[in-house]
Design a protein around this ligand. Structure first.
Ligand code: SF4
Length: 216
């Protein structure tokens, strides 16, 4: 695993090569709505971004609040979110999430990780995405791209995304917490992709522990 000086170097180079938190990342009208962020993240499990977007669009056309959502039957929710797969399970989770939100939080999404994690269907990744995107907190949310690149480079050494998230929080410098997610996710999409990483274009290849050996 990289030492602290090397971790600083990785972030410094990625900050030069990749875009950080942008206006687009917050959505065209500013911070995204926390309720919709939670639901979108629940829909995104094991789904391509394009299919998640289709499902979210169809669902939010029917319901935009927890009350509206609970006015729908599970079958209606499942039919709307079919494009993102696992629709029956996700529809059940969405209803449980809305019920808990209304019962325990007056229908308002809590703005703390602890509060978010207390809600059904919200794990560490979703909690951190909502904290970062909807509440503007300096949190590095770990999705599959971030998990992969962090463990290839040696920023972290973890088998699960949740453990990667904890190690990143412990090892990342404060100055990298605001934009770290955006640098890492863009790096994972553009350079250090899952199947064919472009190691010859990589700005951190001299630090990467898996340069030329991407068998994960
Ligand atoms: Fe990814 Fe290759 Fe760069 Fe390592 S050298 S971080 S595997 S692109």
């Amino acid at each position: 695993m990289l030492d602290r000086a090397q971790v600083e170097q990785v972030y410094a180079r990625l900050s030069q090569a990749m875009p950080g938190r942008t206006k687009d990342a917050k959505g065209p009208k500013g911070q995204p709505d926390p309720f919709r962020s939670c639901i979108s993240c629940m829909l995104s499990a094991q789904s391509l971004d394009s299919n998640t977007a289709k499902a979210a669009k169809a669902l939010f056309a029917l319901a935009r609040t927890p009350e509206d959502m609970l006015a729908l039957t599970g079958e209606q929710i499942a039919a709307a979110i079919k494009p993102c797969g696992l629709y029956n399970v996700k529809a059940r989770n969405i209803r449980k999430f809305c019920e808990a939100l209304l019962a325990d939080h007056g229908g308002r999404v809590p703005a703390t990780r602890e509060g978010l994690l207390s809600l059904p269907g919200i794990g560490r990744k979703c909690a951190d995405i909502v904290m970062s995107f909807a509440f503007g907190e300096d949190v590095i949310a770990v999705d599959t791209h971030v998990h992969r690149v962090c463990n290839r480079i040696g920023l972290t050494q973890a088998k699960t995304a949740d453990k990667t998230a904890q190690q990143l929080e412990d090892r990342s410098p404060d100055w990298a917490m605001r934009d770290g997610h955006f640098w890492l996710i863009q790096f994972g999409k553009r350079i250090c992709s899952a199947r064919a990483p472009k190691c010859e274009q990589c700005p951190v290849s001299d630090l990467c522990e898996y340069f030329g050996d991407t068998r994960d």
